[in-house]
Design a protein around this ligand. Sequence first.
Ligand code: DAH
Length: 368
Amino acid sequence: MTNEAIPDLPEFNDSALDKAFAALERRATDDAAALPSPEAVEAFRLRWLGRKQGLLSEVSSRWLKAAPPEAKKPVGERFKTLKELVERLLDQAAGAGPTDAALAAEAIDITLPGTRRLTGAEHPITRTLNEITQVFAALGYSVGVGPEVETDYYNFESMNFPPGHPARDTQDTLVVANQERRPLRDRLLLRTHTSPVQMRTMEQQPPPVRIVIPGKVHRNDAADATHSPIFHQVEGLCVDTNITFSDLKGTLDHAMKALFGSSVKTRFFPSFFPFTEPSADVQISCIFCGGNGCRKCKQSGWIELLGCGMVDPAVFAFAALKQPAYDPRKISGFAFGMGVERIAMMKYGISEIGQFYAGDMRFLGQFA
Ligand code: DAH
């Protein structure tokens, strides 16, 4: 574009000004319409905004400075509008910067799939734990919890493991350091089972009690394919008048069928736990072979799953220290405890307990 000079203004009335400025606005707009390169944009800037020879400085000196006093304001306003237009045009030209090729290189392919946000899912242990508690909740049990750092009294003594009793050795755990000055019963340890919450529950409420207690427990056990020093249990306690071993059998038989399918059978074997008398281990018919015998059940057709028994009167005696209604001559009850990992491994066919804790999304994603 040739740099035509700015003509002098013959008149300074409104319509003459409108006409003159409209012509310049058109000229600037046309000029800015074809700026193919950064160099052309720069030339445009110099042509219009150049400090000495720019068209706007010429307009300023020829029109604005030359205007009679009463025309200064109308010329000034129009000049300001024109300058804003030129600056806007320049901004647009500069912003439109990149060439088609550069644009193509930066282009976003909006047909590509977006970044997927993973939705969380219950961990298989949490899920199994909830499933177990729900089976009992449906029977009218409530759900309780207790502390993971427990006293010797609740974890052992009140569960009828007297100090020095050999049964304590089967449940070795971490103890909190520097407690030698405390009486043994007050010393803290990581609970080895959820059973102490039986006592905590009974101390808080008189019978009847029907409660399940899910929770994390700790043992000095070497990790292998089926053992972990930290694992989960669900404890159960039912205390009322006239609770019998048949109630225990019926309840657990129902629970196993609810968890593993209605064709599962149960059988009870004599066992020992300090806090129950009599005690039993519960076996279920092998869910892998239907009881015919396979590698998983060591050809026996049965799999051992949990411990249970009738609450030992000695345990009620400890509860009665706080709640006299736990009088073993008037009430009776049963208790049971099961390992959540073991049940989850069976339900989902998992052979390595470590998978639960490894945080591997390929494993966990299968439960989503
Ligand atoms: N506390 C036992 C354990 O950790 C499991 C258990 C067995 C709990 C029998 C009970 C029960 O309540 O009656 O090995």
